[in-house]
Design a protein around this ligand. Structure first.
Ligand code: MF3
Ligand code: CO
Length: 256
């Protein structure tokens, strides 16, 4: 399906949804410390959703009839967990962990979606390099989201940045168009070849979300039906922003 292009009025609504997302992620970033449980973050996110009269994009989300509905408003993925970790009252953050927090919300019918990876206390040099490389890979991907460029220019930039630091990009999960639905066309892979894929146009709104692994890019899903982990047990980081392509280039809607 051809992606839906958004008007300026719609991009304003997407900005408001993403403002709630940014508020939740900023609050989580301030709370993260050794001893906190991943459920504490879930509760904080629920309180902000209520205060902002927004609706979770994740709670009860069921991508296919044979999948269990997602049971929380946040995804909280620790260390070798890549994405879609389920908040848990018994999961206590430890000094040296890295924790990826992903949040999506609807406001006035439009969806915002973003993610950040935070350090818990003092992390290893490798963990810090992985987080920085992932954030930088996202920034370089966003910089390629210019009208006239092609879709895979984004993934190529992300992949080049991650791999030049000796890390790998996850293949099985991708970014996506976003608007009235959380997942719209096109899919936005974090790998690619320059000059390939659909031409990027003004009004296209996408979530770019590199998942970068310390070791191999292969991942698997745990028996809970959701949690994605690296097969080699090494660390993974995840940064995501929703962006709009304008005549002047990309605008990040979920900045904080
Ligand atoms: N931000 C993620 C995505 O873009 C998380 C959604 S998974 C959910 O797909 F089940 F939690 F909704
Ligand atoms: Co997303």
């Amino acid at each position: 399906m051809a992606p839906v292009l958004k008007t300026n009025a719609e991009i304003d609504k997407l900005r408001r949804a993403n403002a709630v997302v940014a508020e939740v992620l900023a609050a989580c970033g301030e709370m993260v410390r050794p001893g906190l449980t991943t459920w504490d973050l879930e509760e904080k996110a629920r309180r902000i959703l209520e205060k902002r009269k927004a609706k979770s994009a994740f709670l009860h989300y069921q991508p296919a009839p044979d999948m269990t509905a997602y049971p929380a408003v946040l995804c909280v993925s620790v260390n070798e967990e890549v994405v879609h970790g389920i908040p848990n009252r018994d999961r206590v953050l430890q000094d040296g962990d890295i924790v990826s927090v992903d949040f999506g919300a609807f406001k006035d019918g439009y969806c915002g979606d973003a993610a950040r990876t935070f350090a818990v206390g003092t992390v290893s040099e490798t963990a810090r390099r992985l987080m920085d490389a992932t954030e930088q890979a996202l920034a370089e991907g966003i910089a390629m989201a210019q009208p006239g460029n092609r879709l895979q220019d984004i993934g190529y930039a992300v992949q080049r940045r991650a791999e030049s630091d000796g890390f790998s990009v996850v293949r099985q999960f991708v970014g996506h168009g976003i608007g009235r639905a959380m997942h719209e066309d096109p899919q936005v892979p974090n790998f690619g070849r320059p000059g390939r894929g659909m031409r990027l146009r003004v009004g296209l709104v996408i979530a770019i979300e590199p998942m970068v692994n310390e070791g191999d890019w292969e991942v698997e899903i745990l028996d809970d039906g959701w949690t994605v982990v690296t097969i080699d047990g090494k660390l993974s980081a995840h940064f995501e922003n929703s962006i709009a392509i304008t005549p002047d280039g990309p605008i990040v809607l979920s900045r904080f």
